[in-house]
Design a binder for this molecule. Structure first.
Ligand code: GLN
Length: 269
């Protein structure tokens, strides 16, 4: 069942991207890591030996994006790199469409999907999820002069979403397939809004803020559409990897790394 939560979004919570922020790569195992017996990296079987292969859609700022020089960066990239380091593996990022990134993990083509992925009952039927590492909110973007003021006003309108996302699933459930247009990525959906092809875009709040900042004349409604949890997806039954990921996440949370990564990409003030 869909959770629709009326949230007052804080307008003070602005995003700012690190202008030339972190490196996405993790160096190979150091001799120090090799001698750390409890990490036991050798026991972990991964898709590509010695690597932690992450499928993602690097068009979802600030969780994953591509820099001008073609490198990957963002919260998920940095968290994945930190997990890989803990597991004595080298991070490999495979960029593809969002629905393909989910499938890659489900089908064992990647070790895990990190793409601001919301945990849903449907997805839990086909893949396993780590502990939650972030919260997501489905937001509604409209033109500044739009008559749409709340989720209820979306009825009978045309809504743009990103294909395969919870935004698409919720909106098609609530308003019917005929009222939702799926686009390859969030930016394309926002461009369709700019061009008048759709009346609103429903997308996760963090990228929504980035897109609205970059596109004058758009705004995010104060009332959110849904509240969600993000987690890392792995192939169903891959408990060895899931346990390793959860162990690493727990350590990264306890030592403040997780928070530091979020702070690097999202400024609370
Ligand atoms: N959180 C949304 C979902 O999981 C969107 C994720 C994304 O577009 N990368 O469906």
């Amino acid at each position: 069942m869909k959770k629709i939560t009326a949230l007052m979004l804080s307008s003070a919570m602005m995003l700012s991207l690190a202008a030339c922020g972190g490196s996405a790569s993790t160096d190979a195992v150091s001799s120090e890591a090799v001698s750390t017996a409890e990490a036991a990296p050798a026991a972990l079987t991964t898709v590509n030996a010695g690597k932690l292969t992450m499928s993602t859609n690097a068009a979802f700022p600030p969780y994953e994006m591509t820099t001008d020089s073609g490198e990957f960066e963002g919260i998920d990239i940095d968290v994945a790199a930190a997990i890989a380091e803990k597991l004595g593996l080298e991070l490999q990022v495979d960029d593809m469409d969002f629905d393909a990134a989910l499938l890659a993990a489900q089908n064992g083509k990647s070790d895990m999907v990190m793409a601001g992925v919301t945990v849903t009952d449907e997805r839990l039927k086909v893949m396993d999820f780590s502990d939650t590492y972030a919260e997501g909110i489905q937001s509604i973007i409209v033109k500044e002069d739009s008559t749409i003021a709340s989720p209820d006003d979306l009825a009978d309108k045309m809504i743009g979403t990103q294909r395969g996302t919870t935004g698409y699933i919720y909106c098609s459930d609530d308003f019917g397939d005929d009222h939702v247009t799926p686009y390859d990525d969030g930016l394309t959906a926002v461009q369709a809004l700019n061009n008048g092809q759709v009346d609103a875009v429903v997308i996760d709040n963090a990228p929504a803020k980035e897109f609205v900042e970059a596109n004058p004349g758009l705004k995010i409604l104060d009332t959110a559409y849904a509240q969600e949890d993000y987690a890392i997806g792995v192939a169903k039954g891959n408990t060895q990897l899931l346990d390793a990921i959860n162990g690493a996440l727990e350590e990264l949370e306890a030592d403040g790394t997780l928070q530091a990564i979020v702070d690097k990409y999202i400024n609370a003030e």
